[in-house]
Every structure is written in C-alpha cells, then in structure tokens.
Design a protein around this ligand. Structure first.
Ligand SMILES: O=C(O)c1cc(C(=O)O)c2c(n1)C(=O)C(=O)c1cc(C(=O)O)[nH]c1-2
Ligand SMILES: [Ca+2]
Length: 714
C-alpha cells in the first residue's frame, strides 16, 4: 500500500520527535550530571588519591596523594641531591611598596604550568620549566584591610579545577580566574558581615564539584564558618557555621543546636565565638567527606567567652562534613574549652594504617596543643593521641573519654601562668608531611612556652584585636626560658606514636615540609637554608644557603624527565619578632619563588641590610602619667600587632626610631591613612588627635628611657 503523504509526514514527525527527545535527554544529561572535575592530569592518571601511581604534577594544595605532601618522584634522591642548583627564580610580585613579609604559598603545578599566590592575595601563572610569567592578577585589596588581620597580609595558595583558578582574598572575596588568561570570571563575597574583622589567608579546596573556603579573624571577634560554591556557576551550595550564633535567632541546623548546649547562656555572643577555619581542609573523595580544621575561641579565655563554662563546640575541633550537603558527620574536639589559641587548623593527612592489628582509614593532625591525634576518618573515633612536643596544659589524653586530663596550671584566670606550647603552638600552619615509604610523619615542631595572663577589659570594638589575654614568651634568664624559640623537625612514627628522630634546633620558625620517594625530607628554615635530609635517619644531605628565611613548604614536580623543587621565600606571618639567627635580620627579606634542579646554577643571595641610622631623639614631651598610660594602652591595642614594642626587629617600621618627617606626618598617617596603600591603615574611626598625641608622647618618652645614651637634640 502506498503510504499517503500524511502517513509519511506522521512517520517523519514521529522520527523527528524521537530525535528531538533524544537530543533533549542527552543535553539534559550533559547539563545536569555532576560536573566532572579535571585536575589537569589525564583521567587515567587520577593519581591524586592513588599512591600506586606516579604523578608528575602537584595538582592540589596538600599534595598529589591523600594530603600527604609526599611525591613519588625520585630523580632527586639521597645521592643525586648533592648536585642541586637553581633552575629559575621568580621575583616580580605585584606588591609595589606594600608590606610583604611572609610568603606562604604552596605552588600548584598542572600540565607544566605553575600557579602561585603571593602576599596581598595576588596570583601568578608561570611556565613551570622556565619561570616566565604567563599572567598575573592583583585583586587590589584595600590596604586598610590590614586592620582586620592578625598575622600579616599572607596567602597560602590557590585551588585549580576545570580550567579555573580560585583565590581567597585578604578582604574576604573568592575570586575565580580563567586559568588560561588570568581574567576574572567571577567575584564572590564570602563574608556574612563586612563590618567584622574577617580575612582570608588560607587556600580554597576542591571537594567534588564544589570549591570551599573559610576565613580568619578569631583574634578579632568573629563567628567562624566555611562556604561551598559550585565550581561552574559560583552558586552557594552550603555554609557550615562552626559555632552557634545570636541566641535571639534560631540555630541554623541541629548540629549548632547541639553545640549551643556546650556554651553558657551568658556567653559573649557579641564577640562572635571564633572557630575560624583559616587554614586546613581536606577532602576524601571515597567517603565524600570534607574535613575542616576549626580554630580557637573569640576571646581566648573560656571564662570570659562562656562564663558559665562548657566545652564550646566546635572550637579547636576536626569536623567531618558531608561534602555535598555541608551537614556534619562527626566531630572531635582536640582542646575542649580552649583558652590558649590552641587551634586545630593544622594540616590533616589521610592514611591507611594498621592500628592494634586492624586496618584503619585514619586522619592525622598535630594541632597547636602539642598532641598528635589519630582518628578513624569514617567515624571520628579517637585511636590514639600522644605528645609530640613539650606540653604542660594537659598531662595526657584519656582514651576512655577521649578528653585531655587537664593540668591546673593551665588556668590563668587568677594568676598568670607559663604554659607549653605557646600561642604559636607545638606546630602551626607550616604543613607536616607523611612518607608512604618510611611511614613517618615529618612535623615542623615549635618548642616554646608562653606566659599567659588575663586582660581585664573586654569591650568589642570593630577591627581591633580582642583576645582577652596577654601571652608573652618568658623573660630570658628565667628557667622557663631555657630551650625556647626553637624549631625542630621531628620524624614521628604515627602507629607507635613516638619520635624516631629529631633534627638539631634551628631559629624560630622553620617552614613546612615535603617528603619524596627519593628518601628525602625537605624543609626551609628561618636562618635562610633549604635543607634536604635522609628521611629515614634525619641526616642532612644537602644544605643550600639562600640568605632569606622560608616559612612556606616546598613542592616537587617533573617536566620532560627533569625533577624540580620549588619553594617560596619571605619570612613573616604571625611572627612578632625576629629572633637572633633569623636571615631577615641581616639580608633583604626577599619575596620570591625559587626553583631548583640537578646541575642548576648559583643561588642569588639577597643584598645585605644596612642598619637604619639612629634618628636624633625629639625632646621629651611634657605630659601627665595618665597620657603616657593612655598612649601605651593605645599602642598595645592598635599598633603592637604589627610594630614591635621598643622597635624589636620584625620587618615592620621601627616606631622607636621614627624619622623626623614621619613624626611630623604622624596624624596624616595614623588618622588619615597617608600610607594606607602600603598596609598601614587609618584609625580615624576610633582615634582622635588627642589619642595620637598620647601615642606619640608614649613612644618618645619610652624611647628616651630605652636610649638614654642616644644623642640628645640640641
Ligand atoms: O584564629 C584565627 O582566625 C587565626 C587566623 C590566622 C590567619 O588567618 O593567618 C592565624 C591564626 N589565627 C593564628 O592563631 C596563628 O598562629 C597564625 C599564624 C599565621 C601565619 O600566617 O603565620 N596565621 C595565623
Ligand atoms: Ca588564632
């Protein structure tokens, strides 16, 4: 039968509809499926989680495998590394006269391109073979934002996914850049309240199809949280607050309602609670869990923060979140009722370990509080915890309760107490590393105590440090001062929970750590060395003098069969004073990225510093003792965060040796922000001309008492 036109048309129409529907289904699938995340390495080599494969790249902040900062590359090894030299150096940072002390970035290397961040949240893409600049990006952070920071205009690195580079800016934005051009694709405001002193210094992390970012500010009075955004659309997927908020409002989720029970009803909610996630986060794709390291309380002493007592969850805790929803799976609090800035923000390493004869998926952390923790990362069960450094605030962790057995001398509410570790921690943000060959964790340990005393006054004031305590290193010559301010590299057996070897002490504080299959453990130091050790024994194999302090962690990568070693130089961060032996006392504290290879060239040593000429002392001001006390208090509250008391060297201008023209322009600078761009913020919102007069009087008067022998003006 001959088909009619209409039948043929109908048939055609049916086919067309089928084709159309299939196309629709395919497009819907393509559009709606979860975004596959490419880390820039071929799918067949998704080695970022498979320790059996070799990755030539360094695609993630915490290293190619399980956040271990361990690389399988072994061309550089205990034999060959003696021949290490310079491959290239990069020093063209977009800093232009801004305060730039600490350079904390961990570079990423993906398909022969290196992505680094610099001070002031600047970003650079470099040819990883030659060091030539491909593009740079400056978010132009307002220099006044320095008021909101605790610890320098630092940045620890970028994240990379799907052809995009992500940077958290000091002033709280998450900027998404096109990895090919450096062009800004999207700017996302991550802050819940721009009048609060939030800042971002940490690297964003990729978790599936989301990019996650936290913030800092617990020393300034903020409420901590992390936020996850879709990599492609930038849409917010979820936000997790680490501490309860304003009790007048409903809790955001049951996790926070549970946490609220561990806070006193008379808690200082106005101050924010703290709990900032300012550095470490780690993603486990198999479990789809994102582990976040939560920081200290705002203010520090629990008796001021939560006067009725309580553990104050989730401060100083490791929290496991479902990466898709941001809901909490488990938490473990390392320091209940923290009063010492004992953050649990230090880097976390995933490993499979045999603990008591059972194979366990574990997460390891050496938080500031001085104990090395091993938890089951599926359940949060505490498997073991031992002291990795000198600790006096607690005697041990009770395995039955999972809680520390506190030492009464940790309480400084009635009298000041000298406590180990210090507020810098037994270990700070400088990452530790875990070798899958030696099965040892290499921890950059800090040996120092601090004397804590409580501050009486506790009034919230925007953009002003508010810790509620004074913490200072013990005076030289006192018993507590013995052996202080040391950096030690400790090789730690995580199963036996004991040290296998310890390095010689170096000046405070050394950099983060890299370990490799070449049986190497590599770390930079404050006295300006890059040191490669035998990972098994700790013996130094190669020591290169760079003349500039290192706090960042080295990384390694391979291009065309050549293994490179890269490390950022520039000493600073949370450091308040350069101690004897630190390279920055003698040489220009150069912000640069140095890359090494075998048979490379000579190392460029930065120029030696010429000491500042002593400025003639201005006449002693005729002011009352009250004025001097007021000036001192203003200095301690507002200036002492950067400018060291009595001009102790720390990379910021020495106010005890101000040039006459600086003194003349004092009000222009302090009140009106003449130097705001450089990072010296303006204070006219909280200071008057009478205040700056008191400040000036205090400095000049104190200068006279310190430099009595200094030349007097005629
Ligand atoms: O509680 C916080 O929010 C917070 C933030 C930061 C930061 O963002 O850099 C540091 C700290 N705390 C801190 O306690 C600390 O020791 C520290 C050192 C550094 C550094 O970069 O060297 N940052 C920070
Ligand atoms: Ca802190």
């Amino acid at each position: 039968m001959k088909r009619s036109f209409y039948t043929r048309f109908n048939c055609f129409r049916t086919i067309a509809v089928i084709v159309f529907l299939s196309l629709l289904a395919v497009s819907a699938f393509i559009l709606l499926r979860p975004h596959p995340v490419q880390y820039g390495i071929p799918t067949s080599e998704k080695s970022y989680l498979s320790p059996d494969q070799n990755s030539a790249d360094w695609p993630l902040h915490d290293g190619p495998f399980n956040s271990t900062r361990y690389s399988r590359l072994d061309t550089l090894n205990t034999e060959s590394i003696t021949d290490l030299g310079l491959a290239w150096a990069f020093g063209d940072y977009l800093i232009r006269g801004r305060v730039a002390r600490g350079n904390e970035t961990t570079p990423l290397v993906i398909n022969d391109i290196m992505y680094i961040s610099g001070p002031w949240s600047t970003v650079y893409a470099l040819n990883a073979k030659t060091g030539s600049l491909i593009w740079d990006y400056d978010p132009n952070v307002d220099g006044n934002w320095m008021r909101n920071t605790c610890c320098d205009a630092v940045n620890r690195g970028v994240a990379f996914a799907n052809g995009k580079v992500f940077i958290g800016t000091l002033d709280g934005y998450l900027d998404t850049l096109d990895a090919a051009t450096g062009k800004l694709i999207r700017r996302t405001d991550t802050l819940i309240d721009r009048t609060r002193a939030y800042s971002i210094t940490g690297a964003p992390r990729i978790a599936g199809n989301l990019v996650v970012i936290g913030n800092g500010g617990a020393e300034m009075g903020v409420r901590g949280y992390v936020t996850a955004y879709d990599i492609e659309t930038g849409k917010q997927a979820w936000r997790f607050y680490t501490v309860p908020g304003d009790p007048a409002k409903p809790d955001e989720n049951p996790e926070l309602a549970a946490a609220r029970k561990t806070w006193a009803t008379n808690s200082r909610w106005d101050i924010g609670g703290g709990g900032t996630v300012w550095d470490s986060m780690t993603y486990d794709p198999d479990l789809n869990l994102l582990y976040i390291g939560v920081g200290n309380g705002s203010p520090w002493p629990v008796w001021l923060r939560s006067p009725g007592g309580g553990d104050n969850l989730y401060l100083s805790s490791i929290v496991a979140l479902d990466a898709s929803t941001g809901r909490m799976k488990w938490h473990y609090q390392t320091t209940p009722a923290d009063s010492w800035d004992y953050t649990a923000t230090q880097n976390m390493i995933l490993a499979d370990l045999d603990i008591n004869g059972r194979a366990r998926k574990v997460i390891m952390q050496a938080p500031k509080n001085g104990f090395f923790y091993i938890l089951d990362r599926e359940t949060g069960e505490l498997l073991s915890a031992e002291k990795y450094t000198h600790v006096t605030w607690a005697d041990k962790i009770d395995m039955a309760t999972g809680r520390p057995v506190m030492n009464p001398t940790a309480n400084y509410s009635q009298t000041s107490q000298t406590i180990w570790p210090s507020t810098a921690g037994g270990h700070n943000w400088q990452p530790m590393a875990y070798s899958l060959d030696t099965k040892l964790v290499y921890i950059p340990v800090l040996e120092l105590p601090m004397t804590f005393s409580q501050e009486k006054q506790l009034t919230y004031q925007a953009a002003t440090a508010l810790v509620g305590a004074q913490a200072s290193p013990p005076r030289p010559g006192t018993p507590a001062a013995e052996g202080v301010f040391q950096s030690i590299l400790t090789a730690w057996d995580p199963v036996a929970q004991k040290a296998v070897w310890k390095s010689e002490p170096r000046p405070w504080w050394s950099g983060g750590v890299l370990t490799t299959s070449g049986n190497l453990v590599i770390q930079g130091t404050a006295d300006g060395y890059l040191i490669a050790r035998n990972a098994q024994t700790g013996k130094i194999i190669k020591e290169i003098f760079l003349g500039v302090g290192i706090i960042a962690a080295p990384i390694t990568y391979e291009i065309d069969g050549i293994q490179y070693l890269a490390v950022a130089t520039g000493f600073g961060g949370g450091i308040k004073r350069y101690l004897p032996g630190v390279a920055a006392l003698e040489y220009e504290n150069k912000t640069q990225l140095l890359v090494f290879k075998l048979a490379g060239g000579d190392i460029p040593i930065p120029p030696r510093l010429v000491p500042d000429a002593i400025q003639p002392l201005p006449p002693m001001p005729k002011v009352t003792t009250e004025t001097l006390t007021k000036g001192r208090d203003l200095f301690m509250l507002n200036c002492g965060k950067c400018h060291a008391f009595r001009g102790a060297e720390n990379g910021y201008p020495n106010l005890w040796n101000m040039a006459p023209h600086t003194l003349e322009a004092f009000d222009e600078i302090v009140l009106n922000g003449a130097y705001a761009y450089s990072g010296m913020p303006q204070f006219n919102d909280i200071m008057s001309a009478a205040d700056t007069a008191a400040l000036r009087a205090f400095i000049i008067n104190d200068q006279h008492s310190v430099h009595q022998s200094a030349p007097q003006p005629h």
